[in-house]
Ligand binder design. Structure first.
Ligand code: SF4
Length: 467
């Protein structure tokens, strides 16, 4: 029977509870948001003792259902002030689910300056001191963690931005090759984890009992149907759009539709779009060779494989992964049309523990404020380094686009409820504009992805100008 793991950072206890009947059929976003709704005082400070951070694998995560290694993180957001959910693909939630854990609820507040990690195995959950890992680069500490805990564990963590409680901080999970590169980026949930001085949740799935399936025959029937659908659709099939060009297959499509925001949402078409597209990434992989890979899975069992490993000119690794939202945020929105620079900026976000969407949106607002010229990649790198160092400017930037706009008196701040808009121009694709405007999570494309019917004709067809 699945359990809820409750982690209290006040007295550092970890206890297992039965899952209430009301939560029985919930998973992922539905479960994190319901627990926050039920347990968190809506008037609490997001970084104070009364907020909680909840992790929940999807309801079929941990089974052999395709592409199901997804995790939702949820809390009251320091960026939006409302209930926030942010999800990522990683093996971490597969291990959590196989250990019979339906959700991990982190609550309470540290009583001293110490930092802690939680090591979860089939035998229970134990705290370990984590001070030695604080203030460091995530790429630097990851190899040592896998040496210490085993190379099959899953890691959830925060970077220095989360330690400094910056509202742009995400929660990082390891990818299939144990890089610190898969993020629940949005909403500043890394700052909530930092406020509790919880540096890691490390999960070891060895000897895990696995996910209980009520009707195996029915499950297999559904799994087969899903597999066939994914393997035959042009977008998701092997050799299809996502597999060949990653999520950045959208760059040229959205740009053609006039919905690819550039220069801090001044226009909906970017002249350098082709240079930062999924097709350009595939060309890098082909011509530079080395470790370059398109069709990379973020976790075992993904049949779509939309991730990538982008190579340097000499074939060594530049970064994994550059997503559509990332190439847009750190590229087009900042007027940067150089994939190598975007790769470096992405690597820095992974290393520092930042949401790439909010980071790109903030740099664009900083450019609007005159802190850099649009298109100046070197200056963008310096601004991210300010965040890493925690300088006064770094703290302003690290708190996101809306905070940066306010401090520097910028009036063009494309944010809703304090969160920067993602990679779709709402004036050209009106349905997504409605999503931004009315979502309780602020400007969040995952709250209602109208791009599917409006642009891709998936799941129906809607005219983006008819609204
Ligand atoms: S590789 Fe892409 S499609 Fe597969 S789970 Fe990860 S994010 Fe989703």
């Amino acid at each position: 029977m699945a359990k809820i793991l409750r982690v209290n950072m006040t007295d550092r206890t970890a206890t297992y509870e039965d899952v209430p009947d009301a939560y029985k059929f919930l998973g992922g976003r539905g479960l994190t948001s319901t627990i926050i709704h039920d347990e968190v005082d809506p008037t609490c400070h997001p970084l104070g003792p009364n907020n909680k951070l909840v992790f929940a694998p999807g309801i079929i995560t941990g089974t052999n259902a395709p592409t199901s290694g997804r995790v939702s993180a949820g809390a009251k957001s320091p960026l939006t002030g409302g209930i926030k959910e942010s999800n990522a693909g990683s093996a971490w939630p597969q291990l959590v689910a196989r250990l019979g854990i339906k959700a991990i609820v982190v609550e309470g507040y540290p009583q001293d300056d110490g930092w802690w990690g939680l090591h979860v195995t089939k035998d229970g959950a134990e705290f370990f001191p984590a001070d030695e890992y604080v203030g460091k680069s995530l790429y630097e500490i990851f190899p040592g963690l896998f040496d210490r805990f085993g190379d099959k564990v899953g890691i959830a963590t925060i970077g220095v931005a989360g330690e400094m409680r910056m509202a742009m901080a995400g929660i990082c999970f390891n990818d299939i090759d144990n890089r610190p590169s898969r993020y629940s980026g949005r909403g500043g949930l890394g700052a909530v984890m930092g406020s509790k001085h919880l540096k890691f949740i490390i999960v070891d799935g060895e000897g895990a009992p696995g996910v209980e399936i009520a009707d195996k025959a029915l499950f297999d029937q559904g799994r087969k149907k899903m597999l066939e659908a994914l393997r035959s659709h042009d977008i998701t099939k092997p050799g299809g759009g996502l597999n060949s060009y990653g999520t950045a297959v959208l760059v040229n499509i959205i740009n053609e539709a006039g919905g690819f925001p550039t220069h801090n949402f001044r226009e909906g078409r970017f002249e350098g779009a082709a240079k930062i597209s999924g097709e350009a990434m595939a060309e890098y992989c082909e011509t530079r060779g080395g470790v370059g890979t398109m069709g990379h899975p973020c976790h075992p069992g993904c049949v779509i494989r939309c991730s990538n490993v982008i190579p340097n000119p000499d074939g060594t690794e530049l970064v994994s992964v550059i997503e559509y939202e990332t190439t847009w945020a750190l590229g087009a929105n900042c007027g940067i049309a150089d994939l190598d620079v975007i790769g470096k900026l992405t690597w820095l976000c992974n290393d520092i523990g930042l949401d790439t969407i909010e980071a790109g949106g903030t740099i664009a607002v900083a450019m609007e404020a005159g802190l850099a010229e649009f298109g100046d990649g070197q200056r963008a790198i310096e601004l991210l380094e300010e965040i890493r160092k925690g300088t006064p400017l770094g703290h302003v930037l690290g708190n996101g686009a809306a905070a940066t706009g306010k401090v520097f008196g910028v009036v063009r701040v494309p944010a809703v409820k304090g969160q920067n808009m993602p990679a779709y121009e709402p004036r050209a694709i009106k349905g997504i504009g409605m999503t931004y405007a009315i979502s309780t999570m602020g400007a969040d494309h995952t709250s209602g992805y109208t791009i599917a019917p409006e642009i891709l004709s998936v799941g129906g067809k809607a005219d983006p100008f008819a609204l």
